[in-house]
Design a protein around this ligand. Structure first.
Ligand code: DQA
Length: 169
C-alpha cells in the first residue's frame, strides 16, 4: 500500500451515508430478474470499497419504516457529508423523505437498480428526484459504486466552489 493510501485510510475525509428503503433487505432473492442476484450487503460492500478508494468512510442504514429513514436523514445533516439513497417504493410517494432531504445542504444521489421509467406507470414519478443532486438508475449493481463516485465528484465541486469564492471585503 502506498503512503498516500495509508494516510487516507488513517484519516478519512469524512463519511457518506448510504440509505436503503423498503424491501431492499430482500435483495438477492427478491425478483432477481429485475433487481439482480446481489444482496444488499454486496451493494453496501461495493459502495464502501469505492468510497474508501476516494478516502471516505461509508455508513449504511436500511429500514422498511419511513420514519426511521426520515430520522436518519435528519441526523445525517451534522454527521455526514453526502447521502446516497435508494428509497425503494418510498421513492414514489414519501413527501416526508422529500422534505427531510430538502433540509440537507450537501449532495444527495438517488440510485435505483432498475429503471423505474420503463416499468409500471406508478413508478414513473419520483418525489425524491426534485431534491436529489443527481440520479442514477437502470445500471443494476454497477449503480452503487457509480453513485458513490457521483457523490465524491459533487463534494469535490462543492470544495472547489468554496475555494474559488472571493473573500468578503
Ligand atoms: C427500486 C425501484 C422502486 O420502484 C422499487 O419500489 C424498489 C426498488 C430500484 O432500485 O430499482 O423497491 O428503487
Amino acid at each position: 500500500m502506498s503512503n498516500q493510501n495509508t494516510a487516507r485510510a488513517e484519516s478519512p475525509r469524512g463519511s457518506l451515508l448510504l440509505l436503503s428503503g423498503a424491501n431492499l433487505q430482500l435483495l438477492g432473492s427478491r425478483e432477481p430478474e429485475i433487481y439482480g442476484a446481489d444482496t444488499l450487503e454486496d451493494h453496501v460492500s461495493a459502495a464502501r470499497v469505492e468510497a474508501q478508494s476516494h478516502g471516505w468512510n461509508l455508513v449504511a442504514v436500511q429500514s422498511n419504516h419511513e420514519g426511521t429513514i426520515v430520522d436518519a436523514i435528519a441526523a445525517a445533516r451534522t454527521v455526514h457529508s453526502a447521502i446516497i439513497i435508494n428509497p425503494g417504493a418510498f421513492t414514489h410517494y414519501s413527501w416526508a423523505i422529500h422534505d427531510a432531504l430538502a433540509s440537507c445542504n450537501f449532495p444527495i444521489v438517488e440510485v435505483h437498480l432498475s429503471n423505474p421509467q420503463r416499468r409500471e406507470a406508478w413508478r414513473h414519478v419520483s418525489v425524491v428526484s426534485p431534491v436529489a443532486t443527481a440520479v442514477i438508475m437502470g445500471l443494476g449493481a454497477a449503480g452503487y459504486p457509480m453513485a458513490v463516485r457521483a457523490a465524491v465528484e459533487l463534494l469535490h465541486r462543492t470544495q472547489q466552489d468554496v475555494a474559488s469564492t472571493p473573500a468578503a471585503e
